[in-house]
Design a protein around this ligand. Structure first.
Ligand code: GAR
Length: 219
């Protein structure tokens, strides 16, 4: 019998283009994860419409109305556990989770961040990459730890920084690679081919090329 798909929740705050990439990947019969729940901390998040269109259960727990951080996280936790969620993907979820929440889901939360971590944690990553004059920029999918934008790295995708780039142009190029690395990282983790060992991610190289988790720009 085929292994059951990993029940995965995607947490969003806005547009949901990474959610769209994950839903598209999970539509493939061979993909090892199913998107079983979409949660948002904003009732007006655009990505919720996308989940509705795909018939995916949603829950919006609006931070403006729902009390303290601990109370909101408790509601998230209940929704996740009630839905039998095994893995959480943060996809443009703009809220810092408490150490308590992160520890209670240890090694079961992934996040996508628009930079090549550990460079440029936090906000305005594209502006900061341009200011720093780096020639390569990109995106990272990592397991979440209590420190912001830190944790074992599953996959990274690199893009060139071109002369004359604006933060918007660079953001578009990075978003393109985000949509490729998040499905790749979820595939690796849900299938058990990427595992945390001693705060690094080890990829099972008997079934994959050892550099399978790096997408780099073409020559
Ligand atoms: C993405 O670029 C994602 O990397 C970023 O927010 C955007 C969400 O877009 N996340 C962070 O900055 C988290 N630190 P989306 O809603 O279209 O997926």
């Amino acid at each position: 019998m085929a292994k059951a798909k990993t029940r995965t929740a995607v947490l969003i705050s806005g547009r949901g283009s990474n959610l769209a990439a994950l839903i598209a990947a999970a539509d493939n019969a061979d993909f090892p994860a199913e998107i079983a729940l979409v949660l948002s901390d904003r009732a007006d998040a655009k990505g919720l419409d996308l989940a509705r269109e795909h018939g995916i259960p949603i829950a919006a727990i609006d931070k403006a109305r729902c009390g303290t951080k601990a109370e909101i996280e408790m509601q998230f936790d209940t929704a996740l556990r009630d839905a039998g969620i095994e893995l959480i993907c943060l996809a443009g979820f703009m809220r810092i989770l408490s150490a308590h929440f992160v520890e209670s889901w240890r090694d079961r939360i992934l996040n996508i961040h628009p930079s090549l971590l550990p460079l440029f944690p936090g906000l305005k990553t594209h502006e900061r990459a341009l200011e720093a004059g780096v020639r390569i920029h990109g995106a990272t999918v990592h397991f979440v730890r209590a420190e912001m934008d830190a944790g074992p790295i599953v996959a990274q995708g690199a893009v060139p920084v071109l002369d004359g780039d604006t933060p918007e142009h660079l953001a578009d190029r990075v978003l393109g690679i985000e949509h490729r690395i998040y499905p790749l990282a979820l595939d690796l983790v849900a299938s058990g081919r990427a595992k945390v060992q001693g705060e690094r991610v080890i990829i099972d190289s008997t079934t994959m090329a050892p550099d399978a988790a790096l997408l780099s720009p073409p020559d």
